[in-house]
Design a protein around this ligand. Structure first.
Ligand SMILES: [Zn+2]
Ligand SMILES: [Zn+2]
Ligand SMILES: [Zn+2]
Ligand SMILES: [Zn+2]
Ligand SMILES: [Zn+2]
Ligand SMILES: [Zn+2]
Ligand SMILES: [Zn+2]
Ligand SMILES: [Zn+2]
Length: 1879
């Protein structure tokens, strides 16, 4: 039965089945089932296409499927857009409207919505997405488009049951069919590529079916809800798919089901084949000594590994590691999947097949159905672990990641949904478990600290999982769900989760450990560091920031407390695991301390936002001391790296240091580290802290008062920069307030100021440089300053400046003057700089500002800034400034600087003073006077009595005990009684026990940094915890401190000092100023001023001013200090350094520092030089651009009096150009179609941006001329015009080709840089270029080179014409012969045979070169632009081409002069013209031809001939009538074919004769514009005047005569349709007629004048626009000088007829009328000429780039009718092409290159639609020109990365057009590359 149905017509079958089914008896359903059995037979009896057809027909139930679709759509109740897109789709994101940051809109919804003024951008989707329009959980309703804002389901009628009935029956079977195929096609991949191909094949077979499903989803809500029911119904699935069914009869089904079961086996996290691996993992997790797989760390500890159950109480030596399989509450996460409905199995297969695109789209298209969305989300979560497991194994993990995120973003961005699955499906547990599972696959043993006794494990950054960032989909989902308050709350409340999470984070703690190479350079620079930084940022920091956003208020205090607690636990575990005691292992550093940073950031939040008490969150002192160690180690290492102590580790270590402070990382790395150190400093003993810092920076040994010392830890060369590093670190620590009290706005402002002070920035760079957290860059956070507002507060915008050299600047922001004055903060700059030179750059800019404003003129010091107030919780930090240790260090350093000790620097002094001043500004509460009360007995030594800096400043140190080499100059001194011991001298003592004892035998008291630190440490440890610590703490790391091998004998000496810090300061003042006693406290002179002085007024200045400011502050803070200062100043005691001669105080800085300074300066100079060299090149090229006034003297004949001398730029010799050794001009020959693109209208064409607009090429100059020449060739003798190959006396035939010019498209333009060279020199130069190994951007084989002098691009050499002395006289300008005589002379010359110049007959070097340059000219363009004649390659074509080259170059010069000659000779363009030389070469060549006298137009121009010639031979077509001919072409033919050099008088004669013809053409053209009546009227009125005298100079007479003559041929009748009525219906007046004639004649007069200018060298006069005609006419000699000033000037006055005008005109008209019958249609077109063209210009572009983008980025190409991947647009003609597309490739030429040849003869200007950038194609090369569209900040947006609105920059566009018109792309743009025809 069913089988028989198969053959029937589908539609009628469907109709009858539907009728059957609607009856209640069930027979129809049964029938349908049977039919489906055979249609959907799993054995594939039916072709897939047929299956689809059947399904469609059956669902439609008798209707056509399209009609059915329409009907169903009518019931669409969806209120969401839900459009799903795949990668590369262009979508929009509006931050103003978005609730979720992932929100996105399709272009249609975006454009239909209201987003004006919003913060939106366009973006190219990476992973695909879906439109959120209409979804109020993701975006604000105000942003919905009109369509979705008002959409409600209420007004949609209910779906009639019977419409969907058939679908309901059929769809389950269709989906079953799909599932069966998926099961059937699946084979376990087994890393066998063959099976992978099988999967692809299965997918391909499935494609039509999935497409059908996709189509169904697009039918709207009604169909989607049916699909949802089918997909989610458990019963349907059970009935059709479950195992019971499959045990039965059908073998296929059974096999099928077994495959499914096999596939299912691998779906659990712990599958059977992995059990072995997991067991090891378990072991690791449980064991206290975790190692890498299999490897164990000593059997002794192994035994204790089973005791994990009891580990609760013991803190030390035990690891709490959560066992993965135990960690989750619900084992279902790990288990094998079980499926209960189609949807679940469908997703399962989607995963197995690695997310085929079609399938993904189908699943996502269903999302607008709410119940589906919920079901699908749950299913997705159910499969989540399985998905991630598949991802790790996938070969195509990138593609798969994108597809996964494409789905998950849609599901998890919705808070309600995310919360629901978090609660019902354990989403958080699943994610964290999977994350742990993932990372546990790549753990290795940590080698940090104690390599042997370390049982911490970290991720191995070299593993593909980390290197390829495979984990990102998971992490990004996790971050996404944590952004929801409700989900984050769940996470923060669940202690199990938190514990697991900390466990996860600890995997990254200490990863990618660096060990300093001390001997050899590393062989292999590992690049793993980027994986490490990326992992910390994405997997640790981002979730942290996510969580922190939910801990902002007091109510969430508890969350913070919990996190901090688990964090501390994890840290404690970590310290135990790495076996840390008290000192870090030397020469090790890891930049990764995520646990520290979690702790720090949650603390910061707690204090700042939640009013928690800091001390309640802090651990004990011992823990604080431990926590301080690693961040401090990083700071010291940074300094070491900058001091080049890590050079042997290669460049990568610098990379790490840079990444650590880089803007994307600094908030999550260096900032928390500094903050944590600040906390430690505020709570730990300040002496301990300070001594730790100097010890970690390895500069303790340096801190001696002795002039010489030894440093066990550091080479001398690094001492200075490490000391600077240590001091700088202290300054940063004490002055940075990022987490200590600044508000978000203040932070943003400080960041912005720091970046702007380093350098002017573009908006986007600045945006990128400002750290992301906690400041949102374009924040929506209420109450916070937005980025833009802040920016306008601190910076001024500098609009993009255009530089004439072609380099384009972008819009920049520069700090306001006030910012420099008050906010420039060097500390912030140092913190945020990657390169040290950026700090210098900021200082240079600061100095520039001070100089410019006159505030300070010499080199300033970094300004001292007063800091924002400290949050009271951190007040303890300031104790650092008031501790004895620091004061001793400061005193020592002041002393060393004043004594010019080695390795001191201005920078050190600067930091020392800064610290003193900070101390003075942050005095402790108790007054200075009280400090005085403390007795001597409290001090163990004689350094300082108290800790207050104000007191200690005036404390005088008399003697210091130092240890120093015996060679030092101080050795002989006698030890006095009371001494202070030197800071560093006891350090060696403390390190080596022997030395220590010897030291102790001395009477002096010991003060040692290190000893002190150790003592404190012991105290604290003992105080805190009992016996447990003892073993750990006292283990000294003696082995680490290996003493130097050969220590010279040290001896102890007592130094007499007798200085206080104040006295040292005053001495330094003298030293810096270079004057004795330069400091004098001014209050002694004017006692009243003390109180009124504001020291802060002197912020800007150098060291002297800084010292004065400090002294002033000191005096103001304490009376005693004031007295001390006075006392010191009264004593005139010049400082006497023990060794150095004191004469030159000025050179206070020691040699090493100067050398360092010099090195820095040198580097800076080098960098500057490099950039200046670049700009120098550009400047140099500027000079060569044609607009420039600085022109070389072209060897033109402008001064005919003396023979021209040329300089050869290669050999340097000068001399004339001769026949034997010709000189040539360096020229660039290029084909050009610029003139061909001229149009009639002066309005530029608009670029079409809709289908309605179109550009037609018809009205371009090129097309018009093409049409004309085709017409001529059709009707006129193509072989009647006799042209003789003069020498060989062979006659060549052509006709029409002489009547026009070509080259409007593809003509050759010749330009020169003006430099000359010997042609033989050039040849050897080319030879050397050919042998040059250096890769050149030009192709030497094509004859290309750059001018040896100016480097301008060139490709040929134009020989210079040797001047013959006798010729000079011939060029005399004046003549008095009559016109007739001259005509005769011209004719005679043309008749002359064999009278050619010698050079043509005899072959000389010069003539050879002239021929060779002709060859170059010909090959500069394509063949099709040369061969216009019917016989390709004939000399006729050559002839036409030659004079057209002259024409083109004349016309282009005219265009460059602005289209007219009103400016006269003043224009700079002439100076560089090579037209004169070019004309010589062309003439030399054209003289090879001779026009046969019978066909010479000259005859017909000057006298009456037998018109009977026409039509004599009937088989031949007539010759082209003179009235049809182009007069300018005739002129060039006549001039260039004159057998010898032309006399000026003959030239004028030719011009006069041609003017007569031109005038006649003008009048006859005019006559066609009259109406019938007008014509009659003018005919009659003119006739009356025929008898007047001078009637042949009366336009009325001539007009009347022409009308009369042309009427004879009924020409006017043919054209009477009135198609040519240029001035419309206006009535013609004598004035308008005169104007029209002048306009007609002007183009000829202009080119002729230019020609005359170049031939004879007379300067062109200048004039007003309106006087141009008269000026040119008299310049050409058409007009006698007396007539030209007449106001009522008349163009007919220039006429000069050789014979009776009317007769000649009759003859010309007769030529037309006799031949007119053959081409009556074209008469008007041919006779009515219009020589006027507007200047060439590019298409007019719309203001907004989006207009272009929206239309073109999805427009299909007309050739391949596909939407190109890289669409491009020709800006000359508007043609749309496929850039780089294989689709439109023709014979290995891609479309863009092809178009550049057809449209621009090799030059193309294309706008790349997807990049907003313009590329130029020039021949075989191309370059990126840049963009003419800029954003509101004056910046380009290449590739539309930022997607902000772009606007046309018309200045830039003008420049582009200018470069096109002047053919200067080659010269101005750099960076050309070959395109290999592949664009
Ligand atoms: Zn949409
Ligand atoms: Zn919409
Ligand atoms: Zn918006
Ligand atoms: Zn030379
Ligand atoms: Zn040059
Ligand atoms: Zn084009
Ligand atoms: Zn194309
Ligand atoms: Zn194409």
């Amino acid at each position: 039965m069913a089988a028989s149905l198969l053959g029937r017509d589908k539609r009628s079958t469907a109709a009858s089945l539907k009728a059957e089914c609607s009856r209640q008896d069930g027979r129809g359903v049964q029938l349908l089932g049977e039919l489906l059995d055979s249609v959907l037979s799993p054995e594939r009896a039916v072709a897939e296409a047929e299956v689809i057809e059947w399904c469609k027909s059956l669902m439609a139930g008798g209707e056509s499927f399209d009609d059915f679709c329409k009907m169903v759509r009518g019931y669409d109740n969806a209120t969401l857009c839900g459009l799903v897109w795949t990668a590369n789709f262009v979508a929009y994101r509006c931050r103003t409207c978005g609730i979720s940051p992932c929100m996105s809109l399709c272009a249609e919804c975006f454009n239909a919505g209201e987003h004006t003024g919003h913060d939106f951008n366009m973006f190219r989707s990476q992973a695909g997405g879906a439109c959120d329009c209409g979804d109020s959980s993701v975006m604000r309703e105000s942003g919905f488009c009109k369509r979705h804002r008002f959409a409600t389901s209420s007004n949609i009628p209910c779906v009639p049951n019977e419409l969907m009935m058939m679908s309901e029956h059929i769809l389950p079977r269709v989906i079953l069919h799909l599932i069966q195929h998926l099961r059937d096609g699946y084979n376990e991949p087994d890393s066998d590529p063959a099976t992978e191909r099988d999967l692809q094949k299965t997918l391909q077979q499935m494609e039509p079916l999935i497409s059908l499903l996709e189509d169904l989803t697009k039918m709207g809500g009604a169909m989607r809800s049916i699909l949802t029911r089918v997909l989610t119904n458990h019963q349907i699935y059970k009935d059709l798919c479950s195992g019971d069914l499959c045990t039965g009869e059908k073998a296929y089904t059974k096999k099928n089901y077994e495959k499914y079961l096999t596939a299912l086996k691998g779906s659990g996290l712990v599958s059977s084949e992995e059990r072995s691996v997991t067991s090891v993992l378990d072991q690791m997790a449980g064991a206290s000594n975790v190692t890498i797989l299999g490897a164990t760390a000593g059997t002794g500890q192994m035994d204790s590994s089973d005791e994990e159950e009891q580990d609760g109480s013991q803190g030390v030596g035990k690891r709490k590691r959560v066992k993965l399989s135990n960690s989750t509450k619900d084992s279902s996460i790990m288990d094998i999947l079980k499926h209960k409905c189609f949807l679940e199995e469908l997703l399962f297969w989607t995963v197995k097949y690695e997310f085929p695109q079609k399938m993904v789209t189908f699943l996502l298209n269903m999302l607008p159905d709410q119940s589906y969305k919920i079901a699908f989300t749950k299913t997705f979560v159910q499969h989540y672990a399985f998905i991630m497991k598949t991802l790790i194994k996938s070969h195509e993990s990138d593609t798969m990641s994108n597809r996964i995120v494409h789905i998950s973003v849609q599901l998890f961005s919705n808070e309600e949904l995310a919360r629901q699955v978090t609660e019902e499906c354990q989403l958080l547990e699943i994610m964290v478990t999977v994350l742990l599972y993932m990372m546990e696959s790549c753990l290795i043993k940590s080698e940090l600290q104690d390599e042997e006794n370390n049982f911490h494990v970290v991720v191995n950054c070299g593993e593909p999982l980390l290197k390829n960032n495979t984990y990102w989909p998971l992490v990004s989902d996790f971050i996404n769900i944590l952004s929801h308050q409700s989900v984050a709350k769940r996470f923060l409340e669940d202690q199990g989760l938190l514990q697991m999470w900390m466990n996860f984070v600890s995997f990254f703690q200490g990863m990618n450990l660096n060990k300093r190479e001390l001997n050899e350079h590393v062989e292999f620079e590992s690049q793993t560091y980027y994986a490490a930084f990326a992992a910390e940022l994405e997997a640790c920091a981002q979730p942290m920031w996510g969580l922190l956003t939910h801990c902002k208020i007091r109510e969430t205090q508890e969350y913070t407390r919990t996190v901090v607690r688990y964090c501390l636990d994890a840290l404690q575990d970590w310290f135990d695991a790495i076996n840390f005691v008290d000192e870090p292992a030397p020469n090790q550093v890891t930049f990764h301390l995520p646990l520290h940073r979690y702790y720090a950031m949650f603390l910061s939040k707690a204090i700042r936002c939640q009013q928690l008490d800091l001390d309640s969150l802090l651990p004990d002192q011992e823990m604080l001391m431990k926590m301080m160690v690693h961040p401090l180690q990083i700071q010291a290492s940074l300094s070491e790296i900058h001091s080049n102590m890590w050079v042997r580790n290669g460049l990568q270590i610098k990379g790490q240091a840079m990444t650590y402070v880089q803007s994307h990382f600094c908030n999550s790395m260096i900032d928390p580290d500094i903050f944590l150190l600040q906390i430690c400093a505020s709570r730990l003993d300040p002496d301990y802290f300070v001594s730790s810092v100097f010890e970690r920076f390895k500069v303790v040994d340096l801190l001696t008062m002795a002039s010489q010392h030894q440093n066990a830890a550091l080479d001398t060369e690094h001492e200075r920069s490490m000391l600077e590093g240590a001091l700088t670190f202290l300054v940063i620590l004490l002055s940075l307030r990022i987490h200590l009290g600044m508000t978000d706005d203040e932070i943003l402002r400080a960041e912005m100021v720091a970046q702007l002070c380093m350098s002017d920035r573009t908006h986007s760079t600045l945006l990128d440089l400002i750290p992301e957290n906690p400041n949102p860059k374009s924040g929506i956070i209420p109450g916070s300053y937005y980025f833009e507002t802040m920016l306008s507060a601190v910076a001024d915008f500098k609009a993009p400046v255009f530089e004439p050299g072609g380099s384009m600047q972008q819009g920049m922001y520069t700090p306001k003057a006030d910012v420099w004055n008050q906010e420039f903060d060097p500390i912030m700059v140092i913190l945020r700089t990657v390169y040290r030179r950026d700090v210098q750059s900021a200082m240079d800019r600061y100095m520039g500002f001070l100089k410019q404003t006159g505030k300070f003129t010499s080199t300033p010091w970094p300004p001292y800034r007063e800091r924002a107030p400290l949050n009271p919780s951190y007040k303890g930090l300031m104790r650092i400034l008031h501790c004895k240790t620091l004061h001793i260090v400061l005193f020592t350093l002041l002393y060393k600087i004043s004594m010019d000790h080695q390795n001191m620097s201005e920078h050190v002094l600067c930091m020392v003073l800064y610290l003193i001043e900070l101390g003075l500004d942050n005095l402790p509460e108790e007054t200075a006077e009280e400090e005085e009360m403390f007795g001597e007995e409290r001090c163990s030594d004689s350094w300082f009595h108290g800790t207050n800096i104000a007191t200690n400043l005036h404390h005088i140190i008399n003697y210091v005990r130092v240890r120093l080499p015996e060679t030092a100059p101080e050795v002989t001194r006698e030890p006095p009684a009371s001494t202070s011991s030197d800071t560093s001298s006891f350090i060696q003592g403390s390190r080596r026990a022997t030395a220590l004892t010897r030291e102790n035998s001395n009477t002096a008291q010991v003060f040692s940094l290190v000893a002190e630190r150790r003592k404190k440490f012991q105290e604290i440890i003992n105080r805190n915890s009992g016996s447990a610590i003892q073993t750990a703490a006292v283990r000294p790391k003696t082995s680490k401190w290996t003493a130097p091998n050969s220590t010279p004998q040290l001896t102890t000496t007592i130094l007499e000092i007798r200085e206080s810090m104040l006295s040292l300061l005053i001495k330094l003042h003298h030293k810096l100023s270079g004057k004795q006693n330069s400091y004098y406290p001014f209050w002694l002179e004017d006692s009243e001023s003390t109180s009124t002085l504001d020291p802060m007024q002197q912020i800007h200045g150098d060291g002297i001013i800084a010292i004065e400011r400090i002294l002033l502050k000191t005096a103001a803070r304490s009376r005693q200090n004031k007295c001390s200062i006075e006392e010191i100043c009264r004593k005139v005691a010049p400082p006497v350094p023990p060794k150095k001669s004191n004469s030159a105080d000025k050179k206070a800085l020691d040699k090493e520092e100067r050398r360092q300074k010099a090195r820095e300066r040198q580097q800076k100079l080098l960098a500057e030089f490099a950039s200046r060299q670049k700009s120098f090149m550009e400047t140099a090229m500027d000079l060569e651009s044609p607009d420039s006034d600085v022109a070389m003297d072209v060897g033109s004949t402008e001064q005919p009096d003396s023979e021209t001398v040329y300089d050869c730029v290669i050999c340097g010799q000068s001399g004339p150009s001769t026949e034997e050794r010709p000189t040539g001009l360096v020229v660039l020959l290029q084909a050009s179609s610029v003139l061909g693109h001229r149009r009639r209208s002066t309005e530029p064409k608009k670029l079409p941006t809709s289908d309605e607009e179109q550009i037609y090429p018809e009205d371009t100059c090129g097309t018009a001329h093409d049409v004309r020449i085709t017409d001529l060739q059709q009707y006129f003798k193509d072989a009647g015009f006799g042209l003789k190959w003069a020498l060989m006396k062979i006659k060549f035939q052509s006709s029409c080709l002489q009547s026009v010019s070509i080259g409007w498209e593809g003509g050759v333009y010749v330009q020169t840089c003006g430099h000359t060279l010997h042609i033989d020199c050039h040849k050897s130069y080319m030879e050397s270029l050919r042998n040059d190994q250096v890769l050149q951007s030009f192709s030497v084989d094509k004859g290309e080179f750059t001018c040896p002098l100016c480097r301008q691009f060139a490709n040929s050499v134009l020989p210079c014409h040797p001047e013959k002395s006798e010729e000079k006289s011939i060029w005399s300008p004046y003549n008095s012969k009559s016109l007739l005589t001259l005509i005769k002379e011209v004719e005679e010359q043309q008749e002359q045979l064999g009278m050619f110049p010698v050079s043509i007959c005899s072959i000389t070097n010069l003539s050879k070169e002239m021929e060779s340059v002709m060859k170059d000219i010909r090959s500069a363009t394509q063949k099709k632009y040369i061969d216009y004649g019917k016989t390709p390659g004939s000399p006729d074509n050559d002839f036409l081409f030659m004079y057209s080259v002259a024409r083109l170059n004349l016309e282009l010069e005219l265009v460059h002069r602005g289209g007219n000659l009103c400016l006269g000779g003043a224009s700079a363009t002439t100076k560089r013209s090579c037209l004169n030389q070019l004309l010589h070469v062309l003439a030399m060549h054209m003289r090879l031809f001779r026009i046969d006298s019978a066909y010479n137009p000259w005859t017909r121009l000057t006298r009456l001939t037998q018109v009977m010639d026409y039509g004599i031979c009937d088989d031949e077509k007539p010759e082209v009538p003179l009235l049809y001919r182009d007069v300018s072409s005739l002129l060039l033919i006549l001039v260039l074919t004159m057998p010898q050099e032309l006399h000026k008088e003959h030239f004028t004669c030719i011009v006069k004769v041609l003017y007569n013809l031109l005038y006649t053409q003008a009048v006859s053209t005019l006559s066609f514009q009259f109406s019938e009546e007008e014509r009659a009227a003018w005919k009659n009125s003119g006739k009356l005047k025929q008898t007047m005298c001078n009637s042949d100079k009366s336009w009325e007479v001539l007009l009347s005569h022409i009308i009369c003559e042309l009427s004879k041929g009924r020409l006017y009748n043919a054209s009477n349709t009135g198609q040519v009525s240029m001035l419309g219906t206006n009535v013609w007046s004598p004035q308008s007629i005169e104007y029209s004639i002048q306009q007609f004649c002007l183009p000829f007069l202009r080119t002729t004048s230019l020609l005359q200018h170049h031939l004879f060298g007379n300067d062109l006069p200048s004039c007003q626009r309106t006087e141009e005609f008269g000026m040119l006419a008299s310049y050409l000699g058409l007009l006698l000088p007396c007539l030209q000033s007449n106001d009522e000037f008349c163009s007919s006055a220039c006429l000069d007829w050789p014979i009776a005008a009317l007769d000649l005109i009759s003859q010309w008209c007769l030529e037309v009328t006799t031949s007119a019958e053959s081409h009556s249609e074209q008469v008007t077109n041919l006779l009515v000429q219009d020589p006027q063209w507007s200047l060439p210009c590019l298409l007019q572009l719309p203001e907004n780039y989006n207009t272009i983008f929206q239309y073109y980025h999805r427009k299909a190409c007309v050739h391949c009718s596909k939407v190109p991947k890289d669409p491009a647009l020709c800006l000359v003609c508007g043609t749309f092409v496929c850039l780089k597309g294989q689709c439109c490739k023709q014979q290995s030429y891609c479309e863009c290159v092809l178009h550049s040849q057809n449209c621009g003869a090799g030059t193309g200007i294309f706008l790349l639609i997807n990049a907003s950038v313009i590329i130029i194609i020039r021949g075989h090369r191309f370059c990126l020109w840049g963009s003419v569209y800029l954003d509101t900040h004056g910046e380009e947006d290449r590739d539309l990365r930022r997607g902000k609105p772009l606007y046309l920059c018309s200045e830039r566009y003008k420049v582009l057009e200018q470069q096109w018109v002047t053919h200067t792309f080659d010269h101005i743009n750099k960076r050309w590359g070959p395109h290999y025809n592949g664009l």
